[in-house]
Design a protein around this ligand. Structure first.
Ligand code: GTP
Ligand code: CA
Length: 962
């Protein structure tokens, strides 16, 4: 179903006002003077950029624009035929007064008359208008309110506990329909720093002004109507609310200040307040005002009609009208009347991303050509003065320098940035660095000490650095005592100011890069060390692909020791990376696996000694009793048992056990590996070892994965062995030694998506970073890491289901149930201040062994589960059956509920849970996609109104209810 939810959400009904009598004057929808219908906004600046103070906002009348257009020097402009589609080189100059005024709705076929403009607002009684805020002029306000009513529930534990990715909508429009995600909605409110309500009031205020003064000049209308700015992102409020009304400005003065259009795609929880600098930007309004949801040309259709949007004025056209309204689209999707105008910056991300509608209407070649033009044509490029570097707006060639350097800033959007020319560090004004771009570029002003708003008293190249940078420096081993001023070069070499000798290289250590990744700090890219690079002077570089620049979403994976986090981490690598493990990594892992194998062999040899001892004891006992031999087990003369080995093997065994006891096993292998491989082969072939191996379940220290490796010991210990992905998956101790590992990935495009529509594609191109933090016996030492995870989007907490009958000795020497330890760890994490307001996804892992275990061992082995009284059907079968769940499924469901209740009691929020078999790729894939779904919704919710197509139609919303 692909209903256009955007419009669905924008549509709103006026609500009758029942409140107290209103004392002040009520706003009225005033007929607009058609002659004054504005058609121009800011004059596109480039031609004058060097000489004048720009931009200048001038009201331009419809006739004026027509004459301007016809006399325009741009061939493209004048030859546009509103009806031909690909006629970029159209021959007839059919742009006459008539055709333009027609498009403007002023001519004979006027689509909107003064009265119809008025009509559009009819039916909105003053009271309603008042009570409903600014909905008549800008439906987005009410749509934002609707947003929060879209209760949405991503799979709770399904009855049988098997499905983990189902989603449901609960309640479409009723105001109490907030379910499940209410907490995350709270979060998004916080992010935006402005509640929908506050927007309402400010929008309303401006509308009041509008109506009171009824100023006909466009410049002021601009600001009023801009309140209607599509609420694409949580922070969008800033545009309309703070629209600066000053028309002209002084070119070099940094009064052009910005907030980000999509600032939420990074640092989600930071700096989203309306106290940010405001944007000064005029937006061209559609030539006509129409009822929400209808086509701007034919005025037909409803909110459900699929529409294409003009990149400039936001006018929307239905399938029947779009080609007529947009013509040949020489600059992409713009109304014919908007050609030559800069695009609405909020739509920059959509440049070149074709809609389904156009794909249907046009052939492939046409689509490609239009999208290319849309992306690359001059007028659609980022205006240089929208980029402010070190407090100064850029000139045209500065922007080109910036964009065409070897390491250009990623996701360059209008905004204020700081740039440290010496090191190449680059960031948003008032924030930590986000990237290291090419150094020594001649752009912007000199860097200011407070550029990143740091308060650490530590300086890098004259800039006071931020807390997180200081943390990184310290962890990277840089001596930071005494408020030093550092001089950092682009290669990371640093010295203290005033001193000559280099003290070290900040990014020199391997660990520092990982650290930076975790702290969201940039590291130099490989090519950035090249100095004096040539700056190409052409605008050949295409605009950076926005898809690449989506911010990475961090998933923190934690769990009590042995819960399976490293298995899931490795599984993610294998699932989503083309090269899950590099050659170097494999080489290293090989050694780990080989030493693991020796370790398992050692444990078995230890067991062999014990078994031998026991046999000998039995033997002696028997001999002393009746003097007879125990048949088949002992050779009387040599005191040999089934478990005895020859001296050569015995010597090896003694040596290995000694090494293991001294804890130096790893230091001795791999060198020893080559030497002893033949002995291992002999050992494996021996009767005694085989007999021991048969009794391996009696050896407590031998992990269950051991058999996977020991049975292939001979092969694995060969020098040319290379571990397979599965070997690595099963291997112990192959993930990072310091307890921290991370992997960046994105989910591959799902194969069952009906259409490779680029609008949907973004979903598969979301980037994620899975960070695994190991918790040896609760976090202890690693707790220091937790505070670094301020920008983690979700915590994935892993619990081993099969721990319920496992016990371990705690520090006081008491035997404690491992599930209880997991629970305690869970409690301390969900209540940890670092994770306040962060969603938790509980993975109940090792379901495979749990299912087996449940057939043997009662769940009540764990005290926490002593109230487990399942209703077990008599004709229970072990196969999955909805009506007759297995014991494993019943147990899983019960444990999931236990954790959910615990979580809810501790946080008042909802815990997401999923069942996992860590060793099965599909299961881990499903679990991680579930995490993605949770985040997606979290992100989608605030900008619900902008999503062109959504999987979640309102119909689905209402058909699924609680
Ligand atoms: N049967 C079964 N075993 C699993 C599963 N997931 C992990 N394991 C095994 O459980 C053991 C512990 O898993 P790890 O992934 O190392 O657990 P961890 O969370 O990294 O534990 P620490 O390294 O102690 O912090 C390994 O031997 C895994 O092979 C599963 O789904 N089923
Ligand atoms: Ca492990």
């Amino acid at each position: 179903m692909s209903l256009e939810v955007k419009d669905a959400v924008e549509y709103s009904f006026a609500v009758e006002y029942h409140g107290p009598p209103i004392t002040r004057e009520l706003p009225r929808a005033v007929p607009i003077n058609v002659d004054r219908i504005p058609v121009a906004s800011v004059v596109s600046p480039p031609p004058f950029s060097k000489k004048f103070s720009l931009p200048i906002v001038q009201p331009i009348s419809a006739t004026a624009i027509n004459s301007k257009k016809t006399s325009s020097s741009s061939a493209e402009l004048v030859t546009v035929s509103p009806t031909s589609v690909i006629a970029f080189e159209s021959t007839n100059n059919e742009v006459s007064e008539g055709s333009y005024s027609k498009e403007l709705g002023l001519g004979t076929e006027a689509t909107v008359s003064p009265s119809s403009v008025n009509n559009a607002f009819e039916g909105v009684e003053p009271e309603n208008f008042h009570s409903n805020g600014a909905c008549a002029l800008s439906g987005e306000f009410s749509s934002d309110l609707d947003c929060c009513n879209h209760g949405y529930e991503l799979n709770r534990v399904n009855e049988m506990g098997c499905s983990s990715i189902s989603c449901e909508f609960v309640g479409g429009v009723e105001s109490s329909g907030v379910l499940g995600f209410s907490d995350s909605f709270e979060k998004s409110r916080e992010f935006s720093g402005s509640l929908p309500d506050s927007r309402l009031s400010s929008g309303f205020k401006e509308n009041l002004e509008f109506n009171e003064s009824n100023r006909p000049d466009w410049a002021s209308n601009e600001s009023v109507l801009s309140v209607d700015y599509p609420s694409s992102r949580v922070s969008s409020c800033k545009f309309g609310d703070k629209m600066n009304e000053s028309g002209g400005d002084v070119r070099r003065a940094p009064i052009v200040t910005f907030c980000d259009i999509e600032s939420d795609d990074e640092n989600t929880n930071e700096e989203f307040s309306c106290s940010e600098p405001e944007v000064v930007r005029a937006k061209k309004e559609p030539a006509v005002k129409v009822r929400k949801g209808t086509c701007y040309r034919c005025l037909k259709g409803s909110r459900f009609t699929e529409k294409e949007v003009c990149m400039v004025c936001d006018a929307k056209y239905c399938t029947n009208c779009v080609l007529r309204a947009m013509g040949s689209m020489p600059e992409g999707r713009k109304c014919v009347t908007c050609i030559g105008f800069p695009i609405d910056e909020s739509k920059r991300a959509n440049l070149g991303k074709c809609s389904r509608m156009l794909k249907r209407l046009l052939n492939d070649l046409e689509v490609r050509q239009i999208m290319k033009a849309e992306k690359l044509c001059e007028v659609n490029q980022l205006p240089p003065e929208y980029i402010c570097v070190n407090g100064r707006p850029l000139y045209h060639d500065e922007l080109i320098t910036l964009q065409s350097c070897l390491n250009p800033p990623k996701k360059l959007k209008p905004g204020n940035y700081w740039y440290d020319k010496v090191s190449g560090l680059w960031g948003k004004e008032g924030q930590k660095p986000s990237q290291i771009i090419s150094p020594h570029l001649n752009v912007g002003g000199p860097i200011k000490a407070d550029a990143s708003n740091g308060n650490t008293q530590v300086y890098i190249n004259g800039r006071q650095i931020t807390k997180v940078e200081l943390r990184m420096l310290k962890l990277a081993g840089v001596q930071c005592a005494g408020n030093p001023h550092f001089w950092v070069n682009e290669d990371g070499s640093y010295q203290e100011e005033g001193q000559k000798n280099t003290k070290g290289y900040i990014w020199g250590k391997a660990g520092t890069k990982l650290l930076c990744a975790v702290l969201s700090l940039p590291v130099p890219s490989k090519s950035s060390n090249i100095c004096g690079e040539q700056i190409s002077s052409t605008m050949s570089r295409s605009m950076p692909d926005y898809l690449e620049h989506r911010a990475i979403q961090k998933l923190l994976l934690i769990g009590y020791s042995g819960s399976g986090t490293s298995t899931i981490f490795k599984q993610a690598k294998i699932l989503y990376k083309d090269i899950p493990f590099s050659e170097d990594e494999r080489e290293h892992i090989k050694l780990v696996i080989q030493s693991n194998v020796y370790n398992y062999i050692g444990i078995l040899l230890e067991g062999r000694e014990r078994f031998e001892e026991e046999s000998l004891n039995d033997l002696r006992k028997n001999q002393s009793c009746d003097g007879s031999t125990l048949e088949g087990h002992v050779d009387c003369n040599d005191e040999k048992t089934l478990y005895s080995i020859c001296p050569r093997l015995k010597a090896f065994s003694d040596w290995l056990l000694k090494i293991m006891a001294s804890g130096t096993l790893e230091a001795i292998f791999p060198a020893a590996s080559r030497e002893y491989a033949p002995i291992v082969e002999e050992l494996w072939g021996s009767v005694a070892f085989q007999a021991t191996y048969k009794r391996r379940s009696e050896l407590e220290n031998l992990p269950s994965v051991a058999s996977y490796f020991v049975e292939r010991a001979v092969e694995i210990l060969k020098p040319d062995y290379m571990p397979s992905d599965v070997d690595i998956l099963y291997a112990e101790r192959v993930t990072s030694s310091n307890g921290l590992s991370c992997v960046d990935f994105s989910f591959p495009e799902s194969t069952y998506d009906d259409d490779a529509n680029s609008g949907d594609l973004h979903d598969s191109l979301h980037r994620f970073q899975l960070i695994r933090l190991q918790a040896k016996g609760g976090f202890g030492d690693n707790c220091k890491w937790l505070q670094m995870f301020e920008d983690v989007r979700i915590v994935i907490f892993c619990v081993s289901l099969s721990d319920y009958d496992q016990f371990t000795i705690d520090s006081d020497g008491n035997s404690v149930n491992k599930m209880i330890l997991s629970k305690k760890f869970f409690e301390s994490m969900v209540t940890h201040p670092s994770f306040d307001q962060i969603d938790f996804l509980l993975l109940l892992n090792k379901f495979d062994s749990f299912e087996e275990k449940m057939e043997q061992v009662p769940l009540t082995q764990c005290d926490w589960f002593d109230d487990y009284h399942p209703v077990i059907s008599r004709n229970r079968s072990s196969t999955k059956n909805i009506n007759h769940p297995t014991l494993g499924q019943l147990g899983f469901h019960y444990i999931a509920v236990k954790f959910k209740r615990l979580y809810s009691a501790l946080t008042g929020r909802k815990l997401y849970t999923s069942l996992v078999k860590g060793l099965e790729p599909t299961s881990v894939d499903a679990a991680l996609k579930y995490a993605k779904e949770i985040l997606n919704w979290d992100e989608e919710k605030p900008n619900f109104s902008l999503s062109e197509y959504s999987f979640y139609s309102t119909e689905e919303a209402s058909s699924f209810s609680h």
